[in-house]
Design a protein around this ligand. Structure first.
Ligand SMILES: [Zn+2]
Length: 353
């Protein structure tokens, strides 16, 4: 299947993350996408350059206020002199407009650059630097280009997106994500004529942003299989199985820490079957490979064979399929794991014929 790529992902270097008040290296590195590219190149993949997409692609899933903020956040930070005093070379929030502050009053827009950072970010880990906006915007271009290839007749297409996106809602961002690439692909498939679309998110963490964006939209089903947030995993406050969306168009499947191939592949297959039974016309796979055994960001233990089998189960659905990269942080294995899933999807589609 075509692999959509943009060199512009390299413009975004989060420069680590602020975790519990400490600046740590972080794992969402530019090298992630390069490692995936290497593995797919070695396999003879067909690369397609991401095409610039109109701003409507972003506006289909995000409020204008969020995107305007992200587009200008670094320049405002730099213009305020904050890289020199107090000496922080990335945008980091310090104050969050918690809903309980307001007694129902609409919060005012903060005028200070430093305060404004907390209006849209919901954590301190998701830093904005000089090329963050350009990198995030290019990832949307990749996701929507892949959706367009599928609308033009490809059975499946893969967008090698970075930074990831599935933790971003319509109005706020976090979890190392800035724009919801997966959601833009789903919205494009809808706009391109598919009456109903499903997102199946196999990243090790709950796709909370995608769930929120389509919560009250019965034309986009959202399903996510992830490590149980009740066991202390991001996003902690969301991702439980009783979250069903308006009209029941959301499903969450939670996995106990240590879960491996058997339960994880079964959960992915069940989400696929749920979407197929609902009669969706197209599929978006939010492909994180951080459920892998050995990934530093999750306690799940899926093997390469498990990823291949999950890919087959999704391919057997026989749906036009856009695959969008989300997480996956073990640099030595993530490229191979992505290849396993993509190969599995092709094998499943062939089995179905
Ligand atoms: Zn993840």
């Amino acid at each position: 299947m075509p692999v959509v790529w943009s060199d512009d992902h390299r413009l975004h270097d989060p420069g680590g993350e602020v975790w519990l008040g400490v600046r740590i290296p972080g794992t969402e590195l530019p090298e992630r996408a390069e490692r995936i590219r290497e593995a797919l190149t070695a396999d003879g993949a067909w690369f397609v350059e991401a095409e610039p997409q109109p701003d409507d692609a972003v506006a289909s899933v995000h409020d204008a206020e969020l995107t305007a903020y992200l587009a200008g956040a670094w320049d405002a930070w730099e213009a305020a002199g904050l890289p020199d005093d107090p000496g922080i070379d990335r945008v980091v929030p310090y104050l969050f407009p918690h809903p309980d502050l307001f007694s129902g009053i609409a919060p005012r827009a903060a005028t200070s650059v430093t305060a404004r950072a907390g209006q849209f970010a919901y954590d301190t880990m998701t830093l904005i630097g000089p090329g963050t906006w350009e990198g995030a915007r290019a990832a949307v271009d990749s996701a929507v280009t892949a959706a367009n290839l599928v609308l033009d007749g490809e059975r499946a297409a893969y967008a090698c997106t970075r930074p990831p996106g599935h933790h971003v809602t319509r109005t706020c961002f976090g979890g190392s994500c800035y724009l919801n690439n997966t959601a833009t692909a789903a919205a494009r498939l809808r706009a391109g004529g598919h009456a109903t679309v499903a997102v199946v998110d196999v990243d090790a963490h709950h796709g909370n942003g995608t769930q929120a964006i389509f919560w009250d939209d019965p034309t986009v089903l959202t399903g996510s299989v992830h490590v149980d947030p009740a066991e202390g995993w991001f996003p902690h406050y969301l991702g439980f199985e009783d979250e069903r969306g308006v009209d029941g168009s959301n499903r969450n499947a939670v996995m106990a820490p240590g879960s491996g191939d058997e339960s994880w592949v079964a959960a992915v297959s069940e989400l696929g079957a749920w979407a197929a039974e609902a009669g969706v016309e197209a599929l978006v796979v939010a492909l994180g490979v951080d459920a892998a055994e050995g990934d530093p960001e999750s306690p799940l233990a899926v093997t390469p064979a498990g990823f291949r089998e999950a890919g087959r189960a999704l391919g057997r659905l026989g749906l036009p399929t856009v695959v969008v990269q989300e997480g996956g942080y073990d640099l030595d294995t993530l490229g191979g794991l992505v290849l396993e899933v993509l190969t599995g999807i092709e094998e499943g589609a062939l089995e179905r014929g």
